[in-house]
Design a binder for this molecule. Structure first.
Ligand SMILES: [Zn+2]
Length: 294
């Protein structure tokens, strides 16, 4: 394919609306590959269309140097604030319930979620999101709530907590307080094991067991389940069937893509860590040019 003299920069991205030019840019970016694309000083403006929906997911929000900070699952509060500002600027921030609904929007929509129920979400992320007027959902595990620990399996280091902190996870009291203030909660399985590797009996306890635990203790519906780990290999048709049988209406993966209104019950989510605005823009724009199915 001949090289296209693509002008990548603020003016080009702001002024270009022609479909043909957009298509050229798409083809060019696609042909360059991800590694090369990362080096481009792309405008930080996402190119998304109004019908596109994005869900982002986080784990822990704590500063580097904090005992609980990990480069594998933490986002610093400062960077989290920058990311929330970015979302507010370019997206309509909606709840998970809204984003899976049918309602049309004039802007691309984005919903924020957190997995595992880290206490830092309550202490650090919540005030930032409250100030931004951003709704969010937290996916929690019975075992983390009851025992203060989760076994993430081989290849995942043990979580560390600050001295004097009994659990890196929220308690039922924390969850009830947030629930009463309008925060949404969903299921993340009972023990955070890989659901596709569970027997039928284990699946029942992991999926229905966790949903029933949350329903009984929180007195709310639990229509949403986020698969632990969340890649395609971590769930199966049997897992999806078990989740629907347990009363869940929508299921969330970690496939870093966007979605438009559809009947698909499994919705993709983009996992975020310490991405700056340019990297965020890349992650959002990439979903428009390349089918990602992880
Ligand atoms: Zn998780």
């Amino acid at each position: 394919m001949p090289f296209l003299p693509v002008r990548i920069g603020q003016n080009f991205l702001v002024s270009q609306t022609a479909h043909r030019e957009r298509k050229h840019l798409a083809l060019h970016l696609y042909s360059m590959g991800l590694k090369e694309l990362l080096k481009i000083p792309l405008s930080i403006r996402p190119l998304s269309r109004a019908k596109n929906n994005y869900i982002v997911t986080y784990h822990d929000i704590s500063p580097p140097g904090d005992p609980s900070y990990s480069k594998f699952y933490s986002t610093s509060p400062e960077r989290f604030q920058t990311q929330v500002n970015f979302f507010s600027k370019y997206f309509e921030l909606v709840s998970l319930g809204e984003i899976v609904g049918e309602k049309a929007s004039r802007r691309p929509r984005l919903a924020i979620s957190f997995d595992d129920g880290f206490i830092s979400v309550k202490k650090t992320a919540w005030p930032i999101l409250k100030a931004a007027g951003a709704p969010f959902t937290v996916f929690v595990n019975r075992v983390a709530i009851e025992t203060g620990s989760l076994d993430y399996g081989i290849g995942y280091s043990q979580l560390k907590v600050a001295p004097g902190v009994s659990s890196p996870y929220m308690s039922l009291t924390d969850i009830r307080e947030m629930l009463n203030a309008g925060v949404d909660f969903g299921s993340h399985g009972a023990s955070h094991c890989i659901l596709s590797e569970c027997t039928e009996v284990e699946l029942l306890s992991e999926i229905k067991g966790n949903a029933d635990f949350l329903r009984a203790n929180l007195k709310v519906e639990i229509p949403f389940l986020a698969f632990p780990f969340g890649k395609k290999k971590h769930y199966s048709q049997q897992v999806v069937a078990s989740a629907l049988a347990a009363g869940h209406k929508f299921l969330f993966s970690s496939n870093p893509s966007h979605f438009v209104t559809s009947n698909d019950v499994v919705k993709p989510r983009i996992s975020l860590l310490e991405e700056d605005e340019r990297q965020l823009s890349f992650l959002f724009n990439r979903t428009l040019f390349k089918d990602i199915d992880l």
